[in-house]
Write a protein that binds this ligand. Structure first.
Ligand SMILES: [Zn+2]
Length: 435
């Protein structure tokens, strides 16, 4: 296969930034080279050194003066909610019942699921996201469409058919046995095929009976390497209703713990209103709280205490995500802009190094996939995003006075969106330019 050599400013993280001046936490090459071959990064470093190691027929693409970073990772979104986005609702439960559940019913039709899957991957690529963790609908057809399209695009994706057997319309219900059987079929058909990862996906405790939670526990025991994804502590009415459904549990988090679902592969969407006990339990289990700022603001769910959870004596592992369609943007840049504002409202500071760490290496670590993605290290997947901080006239004007890398990152996060994504490379291939 022909090698591709990218030239530009390379930026990637090696550890969690401790401050705005923590230059040990990242690698930055002002004239960098990134050599990709057969889907993998084979060399990364100063351009002159990497160029000297490249094959004579390597195709060189000059991205100067743009920034080259690991592709963004979105830790939580709903593939069947592309046409739910921007729905006018008072709160989470009204939004689910009025818009989301009726829309998800349509995914029983393969043709609809396939059509939306095509758009889904187009949007991810357009916004520089190269890996995402998604909920499909309850229908196996939706998971089949999701994974088939991921394979076609050669993207590293995590996803699962949601299991839900109560408190939703008939067209969206499985049964404990059916949810178990279909998830096993999906694992057999798709897990490890291409770059696919199947996640065990009980939607949330409200829509699963105790019998279904037991079936989920059985799956988690049989497939301990798989991710588990669900929702936790998003909205006060949701918390109250959930705890009424599981009166024996100490609190919402304890419901999942009782069914063996609180572990280091479990991704809990939201976690806005955790008690100290719940945060301790999350920390002890190394479970991941996935912050979805545009969704939390859009649905009025609350202000996620990101910095407070990170700095606890018992810190909670964090992911960041769009939560389409409760979320209002496919862009991880827009997402981190809103995350920043939420911390401002809480009297906290989220510095731009932390933001870009979270979107790349931080999310990769929370997925236990940092040996493959979220980095520009030699031997890892060639999933890369190229960013232009002067993408619009307004951004270009501001760039005239930007002096440092962190100022540039902050501008990109504050004003950037898909227009700032010059190119998205998926497994070494320019995917955005091909849309
Ligand atoms: Zn969600």
């Amino acid at each position: 296969m022909t090698q591709t050599l990218l030239r530009g400013r390379l930026l990637s993280f090696v550890s969690e930034p401790q401050s705005l001046t923590d230059s040990e936490s990242y690698r930055y090459e002002t004239d960098g080279g990134l050599l990709m071959d057969n889907g993998v990064i084979v060399e990364s470093g100063p351009y002159a050194e990497v160029e000297a190691k490249s094959a004579a027929d390597a195709v060189e693409i000059d991205h100067r003066p743009h920034l080259i970073m690991p592709g963004f990772i979105d830790m939580h979104l709903h593939f069947p909610q592309m046409q739910v986005i921007a729905s006018y609702a008072a709160n989470l439960l009204e939004w689910l019942n009025t818009y989301t559940f009726p829309e998800e019913c349509r995914f029983v039709e393969s043709a609809h699921a396939q059509r939306i899957a095509t758009h889904f991957y187009d949007e991810l690529i357009r916004h520089g996201t190269t890996t995402a963790v998604a909920y499909c609908s309850v229908h196996k057809t939706s998971a089949d469409a999701f994974f088939a399209e991921a394979m076609k695009r050669n993207m590293r994706m995590v996803g699962g058919k949601v299991m839900m057997d109560r408190n939703a319309p008939q067209g969206l219900l499985d049964t404990p046995q059916m949810g178990y059987d279909e998830t096993r079929e999906i694992i057999a058909e798709w897990h490890g095929k291409g770059r696919n990862h199947v996640a065990i996906t009980p939607r949330f405790a409200i829509t699963s009976t105790p019998q279904q939670m037991e079936a989920t526990q059985a799956l988690a025991r049989e497939f301990p390497d798989l991710h588990i994804q669900t929702h936790l502590s998003e909205n006060h009415d949701e918390i109250k209703f959930t705890c009424e459904l599981y009166p024996d549990a100490i609190d919402y988090t304890d419901i999942y713990a009782r069914y063996g679902l609180l572990g280091d592969k479990t991704l809990f969407g939201h976690c806005i209103h955790l008690s100290e006990r719940e945060a301790d339990a999350m920390s002890e289990a190394s479970a991941i709280a996935v912050h979805c700022p545009t969704s939390n603001l859009f649905l009025g769910s609350g202000l996620f205490p990101l910095k407070a959870l990170m700095r606890r004596d018992k810190p909670v592992r964090i992911g960041v995500a769009t939560d389409i369609g409760g979320g209002s943007s496919y862009s991880m840049l827009r997402t981190m802009d809103e995350a920043y504002k939420i911390q401002q409202l809480l009297g906290e500071r989220l510095n731009p190094l932390e933001s870009y760490y979270l979107m790349t290496l931080g999310n990769a670590r929370s997925l236990s996939l940092s040996d493959r993605i979220g980095t520009l290290d030699k031997g890892t997947d060639a999933d890369v995003v190229v960013l232009n901080a002067a993408a619009t006239p307004g951004m270009a004007l501001k760039m005239e006075v930007v002096k440092t890398l962190t100022e540039e990152l902050f501008l990109l996060q504050t004003m950037g969106d898909d227009r700032a994504i010059v190119e998205t490379y998926v497994a070494g291939v320019a995917a955005k330019g091909a849309l």
